[in-house]
Design a protein around this ligand. Sequence first.
Ligand code: FAD
Length: 434
Amino acid sequence: MNDETQAKHKIVIVGGGASGLELATTLGKTLGRQGLAEITLLDATSTHIWKPLLHEVAAGTIDSSEAVEYLAQAYRCDFQFRLGKMQGLDRANKLIHVAPTYSSTQEELIPARSFAYDTLVMSVGSVSNTFNIKGVDEHCMFLDATSQAYSFQKQLLEACIKTHASANTQPLSIVIVGAGATGVELSAELHEVTRMLAVYGLEHANRVKITIIEAATQLLPALPHRLATATQDQLTKLDIDLKLGRRVVEVTPHSIKMHDGEELPADLKVWAAGIKAPDWMQNIDGLETNRINQLVVDANLQTSDPNIFAMGDCAACIWAGVPGNVNIPPRAQAAHQQASTLAKSIRNRLQGKPLVPFVYYDYGSLVSLGKYTTVGNLMGSLMGSVTIGGFVARIVYLSLYKMHQVAIHGYFRTAMLTLSNLFRRSVYVKIKMH
Ligand SMILES: Cc1cc2nc3c(=O)[nH]c(=O)nc-3n(C[C@H](O)[C@H](O)[C@H](O)COP(=O)(O)OP(=O)(O)OC[C@H]3O[C@@H](n4cnc5c(N)ncnc54)[C@H](O)[C@@H]3O)c2cc1C
């Protein structure tokens, strides 16, 4: 390393998801390109797929063509990418510790190592919260990472092939625990996919019973009641069984047990009942974390250590202006907004200027029921809260992903990607069948 490199301010971003990849890209194109800082993005995987698409990956309705290669993105946008899983922090020496990386055959590819930082940004996202319920870890599938979504897709396809070939008329039972956006969107997507498999020739693949179990008495507890009711009507039309106000107490290899004693047979079980930050983050090197392991940050997204910031699902930030000390919800739109604010703050920090306080604008929530419909409410200071549905909602829903794509690819490449996707979809089959 020459003296010039050593003197550069080291910004390390851990987690290249909805927030981290946008931040690395923006800082790379500004501070990195001008030679004012050395920006390193660390991620546990080598490619990025926007997490809200994972239920579609799981159903097989989108494939790996949506993935962004971190190394190529880093080359294009003047930051460096390092593969590895952070496992510890040494604040006194300003180091992060990274676990060894192994190949699929368990050969050590990269030994354990440490990276020095001047500014550290934590954006490692969240994982499913199993609330220590017996059997969940062992017998349920999760949609926390792309690899899990692919693995679910493979199991789903195999289960459908088996159902098609079986002389037994018993339907394949798929149970989703959690009726938040993830569970609801996944159920509609699975309904669509099993119907398409039947059209493609696996006639009995639609012999499927999809059930959602939810502890609250309403679907989509975070959305207005009217929208929840509209979604409920739509799912009922699709013959998706809703068990509301029912708490799961145990999961076994072939069933799910509820608090009232009912035991539901289940071939495929998906857990989507709440989130937490990863367990290794709990009070990491003395930093304050909350009961779901999120790093507590102030209005500047800064932890109690002024050199460490956190954003996205792994950060607990009070939602200013909302009564009752409510935290900003773990959503892609919050992650996107926080990445933009932090990009400005970090540039200011390097110039000795004040940080920019984060203000969250809730633009509303949208839930996609695949090809069937999209429902949601839009919030705006001029309009108040507006309920939308159908085609308009679908366009607004898709625009959330377009905003993410624009942040990492720019307008021109996003337009090209959108066009090429349209052409691809008109040529290839609509679902992945291998
Ligand atoms: C199926 C599904 C559907 C969703 N739908 C919506 C939606 O419609 N609208 C909405 O607003 N939100 C939605 N969300 C929530 C949204 O995806 C998250 O709020 C958002 O992705 C959070 O962004 P993030 O940057 O905090 O984390 P993520 O996007 O999750 O990225 C975290 C990154 O950190 C990496 N990482 C994790 N641990 C480590 C480690 N130890 N070391 C290094 N790297 C690590 C991961 O590999 C990942 O790349 C959905 C989530 C799911 C699962």
